[in-house]
Write a protein that binds this ligand. Structure first.
Ligand code: ATP
Length: 872
């Protein structure tokens, strides 16, 4: 018998699903159910098999032309040529397949890394597990910012509101409740005691018993395939594909001219046809987008090691051109390890924290009252194993209370929480309501300015006195003084009630108790990262919910804020029009007391100034800013699912320094893609020059079609890939950020490609002529073939470095060393093994090798000399 979950009391659901809302399922039972119900995930699109990937390589237009040419050669009885072509095409297909597979694998691995976790009770313990392991009967915690990880029946809902637009289209979050509903038939939006997979907790918190998982969920029923990972082509990939088309047409045109000229000068039609086809196949850079993809994919893997997970591939490119990094303070610039340093209560500042808690029992009663109230108004606790659980700000309070001899469990037992208004970064405070002997106690803690404005009285020497303006000023002055010392300050206030009214009445007419100042030391590595940022022409900007004075103090310490900079608060920001902000934004380096909505305005203002903006965020309300930013970076540890879902990148260590190293990696990847393009295109130009000049001058053909194919489809590929993993250039962070929309061919790349391409072609032709003069056509071709291969390998070394190769070290990229060896071996296989008869080449003597080597090396020497004289 199945039951309708919303129609039942939660106790019945608990019983029906054989679980326990206090202890949860046992680990063994959960494992058993996992085997029975399967993983809690939606079905994914079938993956491409390796074989299909292999076949895919033959969809390419150029490869099809090549296959057609092979068939023509077979028909004409040129069996050797046909067989070699087939071998080359198949090898090329395998290479393509391996590359695609590798790229796919890294994206797959990424997906696993970004898969969310859920907080559940298993065997009586609260644990975080991957959502894919949830089973019916699990007890799951829901908090603002979580994606609901499965379908479930709620049995606890504190101000719980869930945004169900993903399922119902209704954008207003639904207020949830736990009571059984009467009707058996209810539209999904009305089942207010249920929570559904894929919807988002907008506010409050709750707990539920998982009822359905995976494809049995409501989401599973409507979604045959949902892919959260964005694998769309990056702008650069799209641009290169576009460019590839133009180049392709150009190359075809040149090949056509070569073909016609050849025939007019009475060369054999079949030979000319094969030459033109091979040249076209070789010179059309159809492999460029693939090289970009694999370079990006490898880069993404490297970033994971540096604690940045890329969710959207285009972000890698954008990262390289980031010119502004807007960052949260707490946890990103600071350690988020708070310790209470100062207290203020009963008109007295306690600065020496050790003295306050000198020995248990000797703490002043007022201090105890302050800490007890503050500790009651937290969700943090110390578990049985002594671990500190919860938000660091709150943990600090609970620890301070503990030092004063107050155990959170004891006070919570004596004054149980009956209601609450959760913390949110707009209100900047939170309130809890407790039952005590006298009735109810409302406790509010939060940003002093906000709390004090809601206080009408003051707690002094056990009495409640009216709070006049002069006392308010005094409290604000103490707050300011604490903030100057870079402390985060919270105010605590309370009131007693006979009866609980509604939420609206909690946070008013409060009695001020005191202030708590805590230190959150800056992260050690951030200072250096800020310096690096500035050197790289990137402006770091601090955006925090904290007090202006605290923010500026920390900003100064880290080098983000310097004399002459502006620091503004959210209130001041509200007074600025968008135009005014656009004008001023460049001078502002610290924003304090801002709300998440302000972040969107700040991003837009920078973007209006042409900046490429990275922005960090963790809360639900940060999502719009993360989306608006060019690079949204969510916190991996403290971030909500919603923030992670909206982000392009996740910082697994929540660290500012990670963004900076990701930018460095982004710049390196971009440079490496440029290098691969530089290499491949210059080699292609070289090949075209060889054939074009030979045909035009009526020379014998220096290269056979299969030589061109061998070089282009095999020996070229390895160095091009190795260029993709070049280590960062030593000066990569010394340059200004690349302007938005700058062409990948900027800074004279076209010129370099063309001139160096012509040089490659000419050197090959010289080798060919020398061979012809000295010996016969076969030797001349062998010399041309080996000169072309080796020149290209030296060219690969040449493009590795913008400045002299000696500066970065010839062997500093070991993949390059390996790939050069491999490519050279592939060349020698053709010349030194019996294969040579099929390739129409012969063994060279030492002098000939000497000529080949000197000619090839000269490309490196010539470019080194040019680089030397071009030095600034
Ligand atoms: P950021 O991470 O953006 O640098 P933040 O962590 O300081 O900033 P919020 O978490 O939005 O920003 O906090 C804003 C203010 O709210 C804090 O300065 C503090 O006064 C108050 N606050 C923070 N946490 C709590 C809490 N748990 N309870 C009550 N008030 C809090």
């Amino acid at each position: 018998m199945t039951i309708i979950y919303w129609n039942q009391e939660y106790k019945d659901v608990e019983e029906y699903l054989k679980t326990d809302i206090i202890k949860g399922l046992s680990n063994e039972e959960a494992q058993k159910r996992l085997r029975e119900y399967g993983y809690n995930q939606l079905k994914e699109q079938n993956k491409k098999s390796l074989f299909l990937m292999f076949l895919d390589q033959f969809k390419d237009f150029m490869v099809l032309i090549l296959l057609a040419a092979t068939i023509i050669s077979l028909l004409l009885g040129e069996v050797t040529d046909a067989v070699i072509m087939i071998v080359v095409v198949v090898l090329n297909g395998i290479l393509g397949m391996l590359q695609e597979n590798r790229a796919e694998k890294s994206l797959e691995a990424l997906k696993k890394l970004t898969s969310p976790t859920a907080r559940v009770i298993r065997s009586g313990r609260v644990v975080d597990i991957p959502t894919s392991q949830l089973v019916p009967g699990d007890i799951v915690y829901l908090e603002a910012g979580n994606f609901v990880p499965a379908d479930g029946r709620l049995f606890e809902a504190t101000n719980l509101r869930i945004d169900e637009s993903a399922l119902t289209g209704e954008s207003v979050p639904v207020d949830k409740d736990i009571k059984a509903l009467k009707a058996e038939e209810l539209p999904l939006g009305d089942r207010i005691n249920m929570a559904y997979m894929g919807t988002v907790v907008a506010y409050g918190r709750g707990r539920m018993i998982v009822t359905d998982t995976g494809m049995n969920t409501e989401m599973g029923k409507i979604a045959e395939f949902i892919d959260s990972q964005d694998t769309a082509a990056t702008p650069l990939q799209r641009r290169l594909e576009e460019l590839g088309k133009y180049l392709g047409v150009g190359v075809l045109l040149i090949c056509f001219i070569i073909f016609i000229t050849g025939i007019l000068s009475r060369r054999p039609v079949f030979d000319m046809f094969m030459t033109a086809v091979s040249l076209a196949v070789a010179a059309i850079p159809e492999g460029l987008p693939a090289i970009v993809t694999i370079t990006l994919a490898i880069g993404v893997q490297k970033m994971i090691k540096k604690k940045a997970i890329i969710r959207k591939l285009p972000a890698v490119e954008t990262l390289g051109s980031a010119s502004v990094i807007c960052t949260d303070k707490t946890g990103t610039l600071t350690q988020n390890r708070m310790t209470v340093m100062k207290l203020y209560t009963n008109d007295k500042v306690y600065s020496d924290i050790n003295a306050i808690f000198k020995s248990e029992g000797s703490t002043d009663n007022e201090v105890k009252f302050l800490l007890e109230c503050a500790a009651l108004c937290t969700d943090a606790f110390i578990d049985e194993d002594g671990r500190e659980i919860g938000d660091p700000t709150e943990v600090a309070i609970v620890m301070a209370a503990k030092s004063a001899g107050i155990r959170k469990q004891d006070i919570e037992e004596a004054k149980p929480r009956v209601d609450e208004v959760p913390f949110d970064s707009d209100r900047k405070m939170m309130t809890t309501v407790h039952r005590d002997e006298k009735g109810y106690k409302v406790i509010t803690k939060g940003a002093p300015d906000n709390v004090i404005d809601r206080c009408t009285s003051l707690y002094l020497n056990g009495d409640i006195l009216p709070l006049d303006d002069s006392i308010k000023e005094k409290i604000k002055a103490v707050n300011e003084e604490m903030a100057k010392g870079a402390l985060r300050v919270l105010a605590v206030a309370y009131k007693d009630l006979d009866d609980i009214g509604s939420h609206g009445e909690f946070e008013c007419d409060l009695t001020f108790i005191g202030l708590i100042g805590m230190i959150d030391p800056p992260r050690e590595e951030v200072k250096e990262s800020v310096r690096l940022c500035k050197k790289a022409g990137i402006k770091p900007v601090m955006i925090t919910g904290d007090h202006l004075v605290t923010a500026v103090a920390i900003g100064k310490e880290l080098g983000i804020y310097k004399a002459g900079d502006e620091a503004v608060t959210g209130v001041q920001l509200n007074e600025l029009t968008d135009e005014e902000l656009d004008k001023q934004v460049k001078d502002i380096s610290v924003y304090a007391r801002v709300s998440p909505e302000h972040k969107v305005r700040i991003v837009k203002a920078w973007q209006n100034n042409g900046a490429v903006v990275a922005m960090t965020g963790d809360g639900v309300n940060d999502a719009p800013a993360l989306k608006q930013a060019d690079i949204g970076a969510a916190m991996g540890m403290t971030g909500t699912d919603v923030a992670k879902g909206a982000a392009d990148m996740i910082l697994t260590d929540d660290n500012f320094a990670t963004i900076v190293s990701a930018v460095q990696e982004g710049r390196t990847i971009y440079e490496n893609i440029r290098k691969s393009i530089h290499f491949l295109l210059s080699c292609n130009v070289g090949e075209i020059v060889v054939i074009f000049v030979a045909v035009m001058l009526g020379m014998p053909m220096p290269l056979k079609p299969i030589h061109i194919l061998w070089i282009n489809l095999l020996t070229d590929s390895f160095p091009a890939l190795a260029l993709g993993v070049e280590p960062p250039a030593p000066d990569v962070m010394d340059k200004k950020p690349r302007p938005k929309g700058e062409s990948i061919f900027a800074h004279g790349l076209w010129w370099k490609i063309t001139l160096q391409g012509i040089l490659i072609g000419l050197l090959t032709l010289v080798a060919f002529r020398l061979g012809l003069m000295k010996k016969n056509l076969i030797t001349a071709r062998t010399m041309a073939f080996s000169t072309l291969v080796l020149t290209q390998l030296f060219q690969a070394l040449n493009v590795r470095a913008e400045a002299s190769l000696l500066k970065i070290g010839v062997f500093s990229n070991r993949y390059m060393t390996y790939s050069i060896i491999l490519s050279a071996v592939l060349m020698f296989i053709v010349i030194l093994t019996p294969l040579r008869t099929y390739f129409g080449v012969s063994v060279l003597n030492a002098t000939d090798w000497g000529i080949v080597f000197i000619l090839s090396l000269s490309i490196l020497i010539i470019t080194e000399v040019i680089k030397y004289f071009k030095k600034p």
